[in-house]
Design a protein around this ligand. Structure first.
Ligand code: AP5
Ligand code: MG
Ligand code: ZN
Length: 213
């Protein structure tokens, strides 16, 4: 099963991915998480990606596609995967199709989370994440522990660099300009399902399950 989770920054891709990967028993492949893990361990890939990410721009397609190609060839992805944040441009969607063809696979479904812009800004500006394991909270909707110590790994909880106001604005613009065509791309192939991303995380989980049934 190869599932794409598509949606603007703050739509709840990471939140919903946690439930979907348990349900379908596939690994969670988030390009944003892979870039952040590379940055945390100081690899050349992470350092190159940082400049783009901090200002809310996309990392160049070539670099991103190569990284995903390597990830999808790892043994745990042989049963499928949940792609979160990839593809993000029409060129990435084309490249993914080519890659999967060489692996004898195809995308089963592209699930698009639809959330209005003002709610996205509220979610992103209030998001807090663990610097160790990436677990997420929201200052109003799902408050983090008062001591800002992650209950899962003991890491420190803080804000993502790209959740600063200027970067949020840029990310939303980049999404509308460069990533919206990805939805049309999968719609044209009859593989797009759009689900409202408003309501509680469990409401959205139920809507996604319904769309998949
Ligand atoms: P990435 O890490 O993918 O970030 P993003 O797409 O901007 O999305 P987010 O992770 O910010 O949001 P999300 O949808 O996961 O929402 P979440 O569940 O956390 O990418 C970061 C950067 O990496 C990019 O800008 C780019 O530079 C680079 N990059 C990544 N992929 C790339 C690619 N393919 N090509 C090129 N560059 C790439 O939820 C957000 C908040 O809302 C949380 O606080 C959460 O608790 C809360 N929340 C979630 N659901 C609900 C709900 N139902 N109700 C209320 N609150 C909710
Ligand atoms: Mg995410
Ligand atoms: Zn943690």
């Amino acid at each position: 099963m190869i599932i794409i989770l598509l949606g603007p920054p703050g739509a709840g891709k990471g939140t919903q991915a946690a439930a979907l990967v348990k349900r379908f028993e596939v690994p969670h492949v988030s390009t944003g998480d892979i870039f952040r893990a590379n940055l945390a361990s100081g690899t050349p890939l992470g350092l190159e990606a940082k400049g783009y990410m901090d200002r809310g721009a996309l990392v160049p397609d070539e670099l991103t596609v190569r990284m995903v190609g390597e990830r999808l060839r790892l043994p745990d992805a042989s049963a499928g995967c949940l792609l979160d944040g990839f593809p993000r441009t029409a060129a990435q969607a084309e490249a993914l199709e080519e890659l999967l063809t060489t692996l004898g696979r195809q995308v089963d479904v592209c699930l698009q989370l639809d959330v209005p812009n003002d709610e996205l800004v509220t979610r992103l500006s209030g998001r807090r994440v663990c610097r160790g394991c990436g677990a997420g909270w929201h200052v109003s909707y799902a408050p983090p522990p008062a001591d800002f110590v992650c209950p899962h790994c003991g890491g420190s909880i803080g804000q993502r660099a790209d959740d600063a106001e200027a970067a949020i604005k840029n990310r939303l613009q980049v999404y509308h300009e460069q990533t919206s065509p990805v939805a049309s791309w999968y719609a044209a192939k009859g593989r797009l399902k759009t689900v409202p991303g408003l309501g509680s995380p469990s409401d959205v989980e139920a809507a996604l399950a319904q769309a998949m049934s």
